[in-house]
Design a protein around this ligand. Structure first.
Ligand code: SAM
Length: 235
């Protein structure tokens, strides 16, 4: 049964402050002591992050622009962006994640040239306010049931002045079958529900919010798959 809304959000928050933090902190880290499934997810995710960084580095680049990284996790995207000179605000529903992102920045900034430290904060993305040149939301939509997707996308669009980049696990017949037979998330990691989204639904939500999709990418490996959209205001 679905527990859309508050209860489910609390469950996601609890998970990413405890066992989920342990699991994803390892996946998004450098330790070799992870399973081959986790390694596959680490590598797939790194490809997605690299694609986002490449998009952002094209044209005028990121120096001096404001970026909001909604659901920033351990800072995989926020940290390189800050080191490249962007003014980064990263927030996550999990305090453990936001704290870890700040810790990692301190470690990485030491061996790099001086840059402005990102502001990391524990906050759910529905509570983010203000406006940013670019808003990124990577691999977070998987925690949103379809009935909450459009509202979430609309909110992120309202924060974005020039560009919104988001990724999600696409709902296709093939992935739906994988999910049904339990391969989508390997055994032992099913602590939160995973939601796939139809591409046309996400695109429709962006259009409704006054945006148009200008770039698309897809990263797929055995256990990781993520569709990436870049969208800009339609007018
Ligand atoms: N975006 C990061 C990255 O790509 O490295 C982390 C991705 S991780 C799979 C999903 C993250 O979304 C977790 O850190 C989780 O705590 C966060 N999250 C889930 N629901 C959220 C919400 N409603 N508001 C803010 N963060 C949320």
């Amino acid at each position: 049964t679905s527990t859309a809304g508050g209860d489910e959000k609390e469950a996601v928050k609890g998970y990413f402050n405890t066992v989920g933090f342990e699991r994803w902190n390892k996946i998004y880290g450098t330790t070799d002591e992870i399973s081959s499934v986790q390694m596959d997810i680490r590598e797939g995710h790194a490809v997605t992050v690299d694609k986002v960084l490449k998009w952002l580095s094209e044209g005028a680049g990121v120096k001096g622009i404001t970026v909001c990284d909604a659901g920033c996790g351990t800072g995989s995207l926020s940290i390189p962006l800050a080191l490249q000179g962007a003014k980064v605000y990263g927030s996550d529903i999990s305090e453990a994640m936001a704290n870890e992102a700040a810790r990692r920045y301190e470690v990485e900034a030491k061996s790099s040239k001086a840059a402005e430290a990102p502001k990391f904060e524990a906050k759910d993305l529905e509570s983010i306010s203000g406006t940013y040149h670019t808003v990124c939301c990577i691999d977070v939509l998987i925690h949103y049931p379809p009935e909450r997707m459009a509202e979430m996308v609309g909110h992120l669009a309202s924060l974005s002045e020039k560009r919104l980049i988001l990724s999600f696990a696409p709902s296709t017949p093939y992935y739906l079958i994988l999910k049904r037979i339990g391969e989508f998330f390997p055994k032992g990691s099913k602590a939160t529900r995973a939601y796939l989204h139809k591409e046309e639904d996400v695109e429709a939500a962006l259009i409704k919010a006054g945006f148009k999709v200008t770039n698309r990418e897809m990263t797929a490996s055995k256990f990781y798959f993520s569709r990436l959209f870049e969208a800009v205001p339609a007018s």
